[in-house]
Design a protein around this ligand. Structure first.
Ligand SMILES: Cc1cc2nc3c(=O)[nH]c(=O)nc-3n(C[C@H](O)[C@H](O)[C@H](O)COP(=O)(O)OP(=O)(O)OC[C@H]3O[C@@H](n4cnc5c(N)ncnc54)[C@H](O)[C@@H]3O)c2cc1C
Length: 434
């Protein structure tokens, strides 16, 4: 076994998973990790809970403070990698320092996109992406009475929830015709939307912010494209994210929406890997290459990259990533929601769609099927069998023999096993135990 110099850029979900996987196989190689952020390892998924004071700053951590020491990783926080030189096998940071590598993992994640018409230097304009963002919003909360959130996705709605709990009047401005439009369809959004409005959050669909009003450098309101004026001291922009690919702009590493990767999480350079929000991967439900900017995807991709980075001899069989799935879960004021894969197909005639809609009980289930395989689903209110259904997606199992049972609250692995699905069950439990 030969000693390798491994460089990892980023200090979050994908890189942490990669480090743990590398060290499980390789205790000797050097690992240098470079991260623009100074804050110790934390979960972005918990930021809105921190904003809402449901947890304190320590509650954001998901590994112990001595993680990097235990993993024998030389971490350089507060350094930004500006250039990657694939042929010269080195990276250069903003402070002029350079690090050579035998294998490189790019796990630089993504950043919130701010539309051109929103002056981000105004006091009161925020995104919610980092601990620093959450702290800046928290500081502005005292004295603020009204907030506008631009974007009704997972991050936008969680931010709206947190601001509402902090006692602010919150308006959510959304371009599409419903909240959580990438996760759920119109019927599901109506159930959740009622609960949102019951909590005094106002949602404006089919709208955009056309102008930000300000006084002495502070936000005082916004004007929407349909002429509404909304007073606010806080504007949170949560429309979409963009993969952090700036560091490879001068290279021939291939990118589309993110860095192109193969099933081994390699880029077009075999010793350079990418994982997480920065990586474009094959989506097993849409069967297209895309960026699924989600924590679970980042962790799985980081693990695959880590296994392949650690495997040093030619005889080693590369670990293969089965592909990503857009999977989201959240709980809005007691309504649990899970969705994954294709939830609103463009051409419904190509799919079989099963539905159970009980709005009076806040229950809605939708399963989207093509060629007898589940391509996506929405569960609102009753989510107990989401794990079973997700296994069927991952394993591309033929659901024809028990299609009429799929929507039932009691659908379980028993139905799957009775129709030759024992390997699916075994894989599920192996997955849970790793
Ligand atoms: C508020 C919020 C809530 C979320 N909730 C959920 C959820 O409920 N479920 C879910 O699945 N996902 C959720 N996500 C998405 C999830 O957090 C991301 O998918 C995940 O963090 C991606 O991990 P990553 O390792 O790819 O990159 P990131 O977490 O984006 O981390 C990137 C790292 O790279 C560093 N970096 C970037 N550029 C450079 C550079 N040039 N040089 C050096 N370092 C660099 C950054 O400092 C950071 O350390 C949420 C995100 C946010 C912001």
């Amino acid at each position: 076994m030969t000693f390798m110099k491994i460089v990892i850029i980023g200090n979050s979900a994908a890189s942490t998973a990669a480090i743990e996987t590398i060290r499980a196989e390789d205790k000797d190689s050097s690992i240098v990790q470079i991260s623009e952020e100074r804050h110790p390892l934390y979960s972005r998924c918990l930021l809105s809970y921190y904003l809402a004071d449901k947890i304190d700053k320590n509650g954001l951590a998901y590994r112990s403070a001595d993680f990097h020491k235990k993993m024998d990783v030389q971490l350089h926080p507060g350094r930004c990698v500006e250039e990657v030189d694939p042929a010269g096998q080195k990276v250069t940071c903003s402070d002029g320092s350079a690090h050579s590598f035998d294998r490189l993992l790019i796990a630089t994640g993504s950043s919130a996109k701010i539309p051109d018409n929103i002056p981000e230097t105004l006091r009161g304009v925020f995104v919610l992406r980092t601990v620093a963002d959450a702290e800046a919003i928290k500081q502005k909360l005292s004295g603020a009475k009204k907030a506008v959130v631009l974007g009704g996705g997972l991050v936008g709605m969680r931010a709206a929830d947190a601001l509402c709990r902090a006692g602010l009047k919150v308006f959510v401005v959304i371009g599409s015709n419903r909240i959580l439009s990438r996760m759920i369809d119109y019927e599901a959004a109506r159930i959740v939307g009622t609960r949102v409005r019951d909590n005094d959050i106002e949602v404006m669909t089919g709208s955009d912010v056309s102008e930000v009003l300000h006084k002495d450098g502070n936000v005082v309101g916004v004007v929407t494209d349909n002429g509404l004026m909304l007073d606010c001291e806080i504007l949170i922009v949560a429309k979409s994210v963009r993969a952090n690919t700036g560091l490879i702009r001068n290279t021939d590493i291939k990118t589309r929406r993110g860095i192109e990767t193969n099933a081994s999480m390699q880029t077009n350079y075999e010793n350079i890997y990418a994982a997480g929000d920065v990586a474009e991967t094959f989506d097993i439900t849409t069967e297209e290459y895309t960026v699924n900017a989600l924590w679970t995807c980042a962790v799985q991709q980081g693990r695959i990259a880590g296994q392949n980075i650690a495997r040093r001899d030619a005889a080693g069989i590369p670990a293969k990533y089965a592909g990503s799935v857009a999977m989201n879960s959240l709980n809005f004021w007691g309504i649990p929601i899970i969705s994954f894969g294709v939830t609103v197909p463009e051409d419904e005639s190509r799919y079989t769609i099963l539905k159970d809609s009980r709005p009076e009980q806040n229950v809605y289930k939708k399963i989207v099927i093509a060629d007898n395989r589940i391509k996506g689903l929405i569960l609102v209110g009753r989510i107990a069998n989401a794990g079973v259904l997700f296994s069927l997606v991952q394993n591309k199992m033929d659901v024809a023999p028990f299609m009429d049972q799929l929507l039932g609250d009691r659908f379980n692995f028993g139905h799957v096993v009775r129709h030759g699905g024992k390997p699916v069950l075994e894989k599920y439990y192996r997955g849970l135990s790793t």
